[in-house]
Design a protein around this ligand. Sequence first.
Ligand code: GAP
Length: 447
Amino acid sequence: MDKIVSLARRRGFVFPSSEIYGGLGSSYDYGHYGVLLKDNVKARWLEAMVRERDDIVALDSSIILHPKVWEASGHVSGFTDPLVDCRTCKLRFRADKLDEAHCGRKPSKHPGETPDCDLTEARHFNLMFETRIGPVEETGQSVYLRPETAQGIFVNFKNVAQLARRKPPFGIAQIGKSFRNEITPGNFIFRTLEFEQMEMEFFVPPSEVDEWFRYWVEERVGWYDRYGIRPESLRVRPHDAEELSHYSSATSDIEFLYPIGWSELEGVANRGTFDLTQHTNASGTTLEWVDAGTGERYVPAVIEPAAGVNRAMLAFLCDAYDEEVVAERERTVLRLHPRLAPVTAAVLPLITKNSAMVEKAQALRDELRRHLSVEYDDGGQIGRRYRRQDEIGTPWALTIDEQTLSDDTVTLRDRDTLAQERIPIGAALAHLLERLGAPWSPPARPR
Ligand code: GAP
């Protein structure tokens, strides 16, 4: 993890938030390449969920919802973690995760394992951030920052079902920020207080719920596979009964082998009819499906694939990170899927003082960037520029050299194989688009 954190910092993907004030522990800011990578993760998810299908529509609901939403959803009473404090080391732990925590005085031990540990009784602590609407503290209305995007979908069920003229099975997909006052945030961007979720609620006839659950677990594993996560880094882990959230009758986590061990990347839950029924009872608005033709009516059951953008980004970074020795020199390379990489192609004039080369390179950059994420780089030796692009995961580099000036061809360098080929400059865009559209899988790791 240290190597990923250091690369992310060095290349401006992610850095600690409010750093000039000493940082805020578990908050992070995303720099240029981090934003581009995160945007690509979200774009690929939306593509798979909405653009490539006829049965899912998009939504962007508010972060601050009516407080009754969170009462009805069970979050006010049930979205809690058990918490213990240690009176000796003054640290705070999740009571149900003591075996994963380290004692503040003796990090080789778990809290409670040394004679000096003095743990309090477990208390339940609500994870929702509370704030107020209105300028006057005492009279303002108390509201919450949403801890999941899902509830914004449920409370819009009627609007969307009517306006989008969809019949179950159909889904509503949403990407947006969520907030949780986590007791033990940490492990870089794995667990933070604010994060982005990509959630889709799929409404189905209750009799079909099991088959759709299996379908969505498979679909979601397939999405990570499509974008280059190695099969050996992914597994599906069904929850035990006591682990299930208050709304779920079955959940399977898609876990990734992070440097901290196997941990949740995404959850697929069978939420049954829990949420629509709760909101119907609490709001007085009936949230059900009515077939206008036959008059048939029922409350659809819900299958929910819920992924974290930041955790997905971390998984893609971890799986892509590689170090190797090439021509007796070490190189660090991010073998990101070309459709996730922040920059698709770098355009590099070989000799930066040669104005004809610079002109050609800039003209090529201008043409390519109308269609692709492209970076022009004329800073330093060509070898260093290649290394820099390797570190940010740029799959292809196009170099303009002496020969370009005489025959209008450029060198195309492949990040993974390091193969170089000459292609006509006029065919560069078509060539890149073709390669970008082709299936890609990561090179095998040496055993
Ligand atoms: N609507 C269901 C739901 O929110 P969840 O398992 O609590 O389920 C879904 O969250 C996903 O959101 C997780 O699999 C994870 O990727 C991401 N996530 C949850 N809490 C997070 C946190 N504190 N920091 C970063 N990502 C988080």
